[in-house]
Design a binder for this molecule. Structure first.
Ligand code: FAD
Length: 481
């Protein structure tokens, strides 16, 4: 049965391939086009999939539809300010992007990430020293979206057929295990494919039109991002401080020694206020937030003193002193053997427009439907506090290509192992999303006992080598079970 299905699909594929070559010769006709894989969405994730398919499965015909224009050529690094739409990519993600593409990019490498928070004498430093230095000489690298997409786009030209300013107008069939996925584009072309990929971002048309729902939440937070100049180099460090409202403010290195990108997630009203405020005020506020080191946890006792008797108050006071000693002892112990706490460089000026994005955490209930697979933001969106959005999307690309290689090596239909892609990615992305969502809630708490617990937790992670190394590995290679 499987063999017969495979034979009939191959026969249809051959017939359509022949028709496609005729269509190419007679370009003005609107005859059917066949692609083994048709990708809708030419952002960083869609283009990375096309590139990896061209490299690993060169016999497949790949098409890509992009709603926008082709990427604009970027000015040289020396002639531009690093763009604030930048991503912190892990070494594993840079592998997916490919060496030839990364070599064209201006990367802001970092070998440590220091995380600390207001109201807590704890800090966490993830360092490349916690990784296998030969395999991962750095913890991550910041890359701008524009040059990344441009380099990927250039790389796939001549190997992937690309349509720009083109969307899917209608999806005739998302295919079942026997048929093909069939779409008509806004330019009137009818394209059939053995596999249709939704890489069309968080508002995915494909996800909605194949009827896959998603679950999750919109955060009452917006990310504000812009580029700043610094008084000195970042020394290959990335910084992230959780402010009292729980919103993380990150200072990420760029390829330029004197520029950094600020990504600050906070309440939408606060974002609006600072978008409208004079630059000098925002610069002063950034420095006030980022230059402060770890602080004392608010007192448990002050909140409860009035309602307690003297004896109870003494016991609580004593308990609090013990807790304080524990926190500070652990915080000081944590500076060995990894580096001490570093204050970030001083922000001098804001040198780019300010961009803001509403934040959400959503995951598609299924990553596949018939012959359709979802990747990147079309499958999941995530809070930028852990810088995992694009990393997770590139993880999808890697696993999807492995699944297609497996089918191709076995001489089977491309969709044969799609359910493995679905279960692998939903399981692992759920882990990441769950962890990031929990951290977002924990860091956002104003509850004093919870703040003590969180301080203790952070100090423990920092002190317990294997735990810290595990988290550094997760940052570099993603979470997997
Ligand atoms: C403030 C902020 C900071 C972030 N920082 C990081 C970070 O440090 N590290 C990280 O890993 N991630 C980060 N992210 C997340 C990251 O931006 C996204 O995860 C990533 O851009 C998703 O890529 P994508 O290709 O899936 O989607 P997109 O980049 O949204 O691309 C989708 C593409 O599809 C096209 N398209 C849309 N609809 C259609 C259609 N119907 N037909 C054809 N084409 C279509 C669009 O034009 C677009 O080119 C951040 C996000 C925010 C908001």
């Amino acid at each position: 049965m499987v063999l017969r299905t495979r034979q009939s699909v191959v026969a249809v594929q051959r017939a359509l391939a022949l028709e496609e070559s005729l269509a190419c010769r007679w370009k003005s006709t609107s005859a059917d086009i066949y692609k083994d894989v048709l990708i809708a969405g030419g952002g960083a994730v869609g283009c990375s999939l096309a590139r990896l398919l061209n490299e690993r499965l060169p016999s497949l015909s790949v098409g890509l539809l992009e709603a926008g224009d082709s990427p604009k050529p970027q000015p040289l690094a020396t002639e531009r300010v690093p763009h604030p739409r930048s991503y912190a990519l892990s070494p594993a993600s840079l592998d997916v992007v490919g060496k030839s593409v990364s070599q064209q990019l201006d990367l802001g490498y970092y070998d440590s990430m220091q995380v600390w928070q207001a109201n807590s004498p704890a800090s966490l430093t993830f360092s490349s020293k916690d990784l296998d230095i030969d395999k991962d000489p750095y913890l991550g690298a910041c890359v701008e979206d524009g040059p990344l997409v441009e380099a990927l786009w250039n790389e796939i030209q001549g190997k992937t057929q690309c349509w720009t300013k083109t969307k899917i107008a209608s999806l005739e069939s998302s295919g079942d295990s026997q048929g093909l996925a069939t779409v008509t584009t806004t330019e009137g072309e009818r394209i059939q494919s053995a596999l249709l990929i939704g890489a069309d971002g968080g508002n995915s048309w494909i996800r909605k039109n194949v009827g896959v729902s998603r679950s999750g939440t919109e955060y009452d937070q917006t990310a504000l991002t812009f580029t700043v100049t610094l008084n000195e180099s970042m020394h290959k460090r990335a910084f992230q401080r959780y402010l009292t409202d729980g919103g993380p403010m990150a200072l990420l290195p760029t390829y330029s020694d004197r520029h950094a990108v600020v990504v600050w997630s906070t309440h939408p009203d606060t974002v609006q206020k600072w978008k409208d405020a004079p630059q000098e005020e925002l610069v002063a506020y950034l420095n006030e937030c980022l230059m402060k080191g770890p602080e004392r946890v608010p007192s448990l006792l002050e909140r409860q003193q009035s309602s307690n008797s003297d004896a109870l108050s003494n016991i609580l006071h004593g308990a609090e002193r013990v807790l304080d000693t524990l926190h500070y002892g652990l915080a000081m112990a944590s500076h060995h053997p990894i580096p001490k706490f570093f204050a970030p460089p001083r922000v001098e000026e804001i040198v780019s427009p300010k961009f803001s994005f509403p934040l959400s955490c959503f995951q598609a209930k299924s990553y596949i439907k018939g012959r359709v697979a979802l990747i990147g933001d079309a499958a999941h969106t995530v809070h930028p506090m852990a810088g995992q959005g694009l990393n997770l999307g590139l993880g999808d690309v890697k696993v999807l290509v492995q699944t297609l290689e497996k089918a191709s090596d076995a001489g089977m239909d491309l969709s044969t192992f799609l359910n493995e892609y679905d279960s692998d990615r939903r399981r692992n992305v759920s882990l990441s999303l769950g962890g990031i969502h929990a951290l977002q809630r924990i860091f956002g708490t104003q509850n004093v006992p919870l703040q003590h617990a969180k301080t203790f937790g952070m100090n423990m992670i920092q002190n317990v080598g294997p735990l810290r190394r595990q988290l550094a590995l997760a940052a570099a290679h993603g979470v997997s079970i």
